[in-house]
Design a protein around this ligand. Structure first.
Ligand SMILES: NC(=O)C1=CN([C@@H]2O[C@H](COP(=O)(O)OP(=O)(O)OC[C@H]3O[C@@H](n4cnc5c(N)ncnc54)[C@H](O)[C@@H]3O)[C@@H](O)[C@H]2O)C=CC1
Ligand SMILES: O=C(O)C(=O)CO
Length: 324
């Protein structure tokens, strides 16, 4: 008999077919508490989960007593209680690598859009506001040869350093849990503590995961350390930045602008103070959202679940200790 799984994300037809070949699939519209209750029988039988978004914690695990593996269509897994999964021996699989270059492209797009005022100026043209030469009040700020500070020098941080250093001649500083000598030599980069990075960088770019240690790592105090001309880019997770403190810093001119793909609450409410600020470029969490990359993530997530439920995990496992 095929193992039963819960699918909580729509997949391309070919991937859905591959999943059906291996598993008995119950597809639900999101991993919400309402759906866990509505499909209680399916959760009782489920050995695997595949999807994105929604909380997987002790409550959900209690509703799924046979669960052996969870496969998220994302690299970030802050919505999973990994400790609770470990206690139950549930394998957690994710999709690193396949999305790295695309997310780094998005971060570079945010750097360029916020520094060169791309969105604001394009909106001005569309609104018929281009009635004469553009004057200094609408001039932008350069990107090339400036200093980029990268917070979180992992896969995405490195791909961003590659673009900024080789493409734009930028100086790279970074803060991570430890120095990475290969990064220093490859991108002529310099490891600093957080405060030095904030004080020196023209662009502070966040590619950190959300953890207890990174929650509100950037708050009022840190924002005041940044240059008044500096731009904050966040494509890690929203709660790494204290959003009310960021809004205040942008309003008071303590920093120049922000380019954001992630927010404390998503979707970003229309009432958010961020949306009233011309010096904010806000994207709807689309760091990895190209056709190619989203397909690759879904494909990897399917392969990851097949590997995990057949005991053949070789890569993409968050908690390999439960396999032993
Ligand atoms: N906006 C979007 O659509 C996307 C956002 N992301 C976010 O980007 C994050 C990073 O992804 P990857 O680069 O693939 O992960 P990664 O694990 O390769 O890199 C994360 C880096 O952050 C460092 N780090 C962790 N905690 C730290 C701390 N307290 N202080 C300093 N450094 C710390 C780690 O040592 C690691 O080098 C994901 O966890 C996810 O939250 C990822 C993909 C798409
Ligand atoms: O993969 C992730 O962590 C995302 O945020 C979406 O690609």
């Amino acid at each position: 008999m095929k193992p039963a799984i819960i699918l909580y994300k729509t997949l391309p037809d070919d991937l859905r077919q591959r999943l059906d070949e291996h598993f008995s699939v119950t597809e639900i519209n999101g991993l919400t508490p309402e759906n866990v209750e509505k499909y209680a029988d399916a959760f009782q039988q489920a050995e695997g989960l595949l999807g994105t978004g929604g909380k997987v914690d002790a409550t959900l695990l209690a509703a799924a007593p046979k669960l052996r593996a969870a496969s998220t269509v994302s690299v970030g897994y802050d919505n999973f209680d990994v400790e609770a999964l470990n206690q139950r021996g549930v394998v957690l699989m994710h999709t690193p690598t396949v999305l790295t270059e695309t997310v780094a492209d998005t971060m570079m797009a945010l750097v360029l859009a916020s520094a060169r005022r791309v969105v604001e100026l394009a909106e001005l043209v569309k609104a018929g506001g281009w009635t004469g030469s553009i004057g200094p009040d609408l001039f932008a700020t350069d990107v090339h040869h400036k200093k980029m500070g990268i917070l979180g020098m992992g896969r995405i941080g490195m791909a961003l350093a590659q673009r900024a250093h080789f493409g734009f001649g930028m100086d790279i500083l970074y803060h991570a849990r430890k120095p990475h000598p290969e990064v220093d030599s490859r991108y002529n980069a310099r490891y600093t503590d957080l405060e030095a990075l904030l004080r020196e960088s023209d662009f502070v770019c966040i590619s950190l995961p959300l953890t207890e240690q990174t929650h509100h790592l950037i708050g009022r105090e840190q924002l005041t350390m940044m240059k008044k001309s500096a731009i904050l880019i966040n494509a890690g997770r929203g709660p790494v930045v204290d959003e009310p403190a960021l809004i205040e810093a942008l309003k008071q001119g303590e920093i120049y602008a922000a380019g954001l793909d992630v927010f404390e609450k998503e979707p970003l409410p229309a009432s958010s103070g961020l949306l009233a600020l011309p010096n904010v470029v806000a994207l709807p969490h689309v760091g990895s959202a190209t056709h190619e990359t989203r397909y690759g993530m879904a494909r990897d997530a399917v392969d990851n679940l097949i590997a995990a439920l057949s005991g053949k995990v070789e890569k993409n496992c968050v908690n390999p200790q439960v396999l032993k």
